[in-house]
Design a protein around this ligand. Structure first.
Ligand SMILES: NC(=O)c1ccc[n+]([C@@H]2O[C@H](COP(=O)([O-])OP(=O)(O)OC[C@H]3O[C@@H](n4cnc5c(N)ncnc54)[C@H](O)[C@@H]3O)[C@@H](O)[C@H]2O)c1
Length: 478
């Protein structure tokens, strides 16, 4: 193992580091400091990493004030996988440090077990923070210039967006530029199209609707991360991703306000028959009675299927309207149902008792078609079903049959089994069915958040940090 004192603070810590490493029988090597300008961070990274590769040290530590610059540099060296310890949180939580053969320690580190003693001293070190900041900025700039030098062969990260419907990708571009990644854009939806569009050595994919499975993982052996623009990851084969050591990240928290508002607006549109009345007025009539019967909302029952983040927001809003709440979710904790004052029930009871049923489960093999013929038979004739989760949670054929047989009063769907919906779908002809084009997630604010967070997930993985929203946690054991 090698330790390097590479900047002002590193210089001050040298003796302590040496003592500490001697006691631990760790090989210590001093490559000088930034302060006396004898060395340059690119040279340090290059030399250290080559030593680690060639001399079979299993791990190396770079100590520097330019953590991110140093880890970018190190990661570009073939055979080196560098992780950045930037703050207390990443020092304590990132399991990636175990995989990395180089750890870069940034300026603000205050906790990482192996270098704990150094860090304590670091915190006490007497140096001028402002000077250090300026020096760090200059060093990063000089690093960036070094990247362009031909003699320093570096493998850039490559990140491709497989498919997108956004007007601009400027948010992703900005974040990926910070980690010096080459950013490629495609419009590929099937696995074959993705494989054809992606360079063989692509490191990361940003995915909107494209299917990502075993074939993609096999064809792109350097792939380290797939980021899904959204919450649902049903388009990605998680098991195959884990098998291939690929991190799958999503944006788990970006549109809870929007989707819960969408569910509520569909509920209100069902309750008040807004769409039916609007269409009737626009076709030349003025007759409220076509909407009969309409019931007072207060004291009616809303049944929520799946009680995750989005429906908890809906629960608050529905409570304000005076609705009683039933919830079906076998995995939700008791404290949560108590906090939101909802009654936890079996699905059958929820279907029987509710006046409005709102679906919020993720789509997976257990939830596909979980609302089908039997469930519709249990519903009251006056009840409505609302789906803002995923189309295939509802068996659409069974829904169409149930609507034809008047087993329920109507449906409001933001999602359908096939998207876009096919022109011959009988639901399009039904006055008691409201359909919106999978818009629940959307607001201007949510879209910017989505694009930014997805790109951050990719950048985190490529930089060796634990991403905020890692879906296949098991990949950390790989
Ligand atoms: N319409 C849109 O634009 C849009 C946008 C975002 C999300 N969504 C959908 O909304 C869904 C819900 O999002 P969230 O953030 O609330 O998810 P979440 O992950 O926070 O919660 C999912 C909940 O479903 C529960 N669940 C899982 N399997 C279940 C089962 N068989 N029966 C009952 N409950 C079950 C889980 O215990 C969990 O509490 C997403 O999975 C996504 O498909 C749609």
């Amino acid at each position: 193992m090698i330790a390097i004192g590479a900047d002002h603070a590193g210089f001050k810590l040298k003796e302590l580091i040496k003592d500490y490493f001697d006691r631990k029988q760790i090989v210590y090597q001093d490559f000088g400091t930034f302060d006396d300008e004898r060395v340059d961070s690119v040279d340090i990274a290059k030399t250290v990493c080559e030593k680690i590769r060639n001399e079979d040290y299993n791990k190396g530590i770079l100590i520097c004030g330019t953590g991110i610059g140093m880890s970018i540099t190190a990661n570009k060296i073939p055979g080196i996988r560098a992780a950045l310890v930037e703050n207390v949180y990443s020092a304590r939580t990132s399991k990636r440090h175990n995989d990395a053969n180089v750890i870069c320690i940034g300026a603000r580190v205050s906790g990482f077990s192996l270098v704990k003693e150094m860090i304590n001293c670091w915190l006490q070190a007497d140096f001028d923070a402002q000077t250090r900041r300026i020096r760090r900025k200059n060093k990063i700039q000089s690093l960036e210039q070094e990247y362009n030098k031909e003699e320093f062969i570096m493998s850039k990260f490559k990140v491709m967006v497989t498919d997108y419907e956004y007007e601009t990708l400027e948010y992703e571009e900005k974040i990926l530029k910070e980690i010096d990644a080459e950013f490629l854009k495609a419009q590929a939806r099937t696995q074959e199209e993705v494989i054809e569009a992606a360079p063989k050595d692509v490191d990361g994919l940003l995915v909107q609707y494209a299917q990502i499975g075993e074939e993609v993982f096999k064809a792109l052996p350097q792939l380290k991360v797939v980021a899904r623009y959204g919450i649902g990851v049903d388009t990605v084969d998680l098991e195959a991703a884990t098998d291939h050591g690929v991190n799958v990240v999503n944006v788990a928290e970006y549109c809870q306000d929007e989707v819960s508002d969408q569910a509520l607006s569909l509920l209100l549109a069902c309750a008040r028959k807004t769409v039916l009345l609007n269409n009737d007025v626009k076709s030349g009539n003025w007759d409220f009675s076509i909407a009969k019967p309409i019931y007072r909302l207060r004291d009616r029952t809303l049944g929520i299927v799946g009680f995750g983040k989005i429906p908890r927001k809906l629960a608050d809003k529905a409570t304000a309207l005076g609705l009683e709440l039933l919830v079906h979710d076998p995995f939700v904790e008791k404290e949560v149902t108590e906090k939101y004052d909802v009654e936890l029930v079996e699905l059958d009871k929820l279907m029987k008792k509710s006046d409005f049923i709102s679906i919020h489960v993720p789509l997976n093999e257990n939830t596909k078609h979980m609302i089908s013929t039997k469930e519709f038979e249990l519903m009251k004739e006056s009840s409505f079903i609302i789906n803002t989760a995923r189309g295939a949670v509802i068996d659409e054929e069974a829904l169409i049959a149930a609507l034809k047989d008047n087993e329920l009063a109507g449906a409001a769907l933001d999602v359908t089994e096939q998207e876009p919906i096919t022109k011959d779908n009988p639901l399009l002809e039904m006055d008691n069915v409201i359909i919106t084009p999978h818009v629940g997630w959307y607001s201007e604010d949510a879209q910017i958040e989505l694009q930014t967070r997805a790109a951050e997930g990719v950048a985190d993985v490529l930089m060796g940090n634990k991403p905020k929203y890692l879906v296949n946690q098991e990949v950390l054991e790989k």
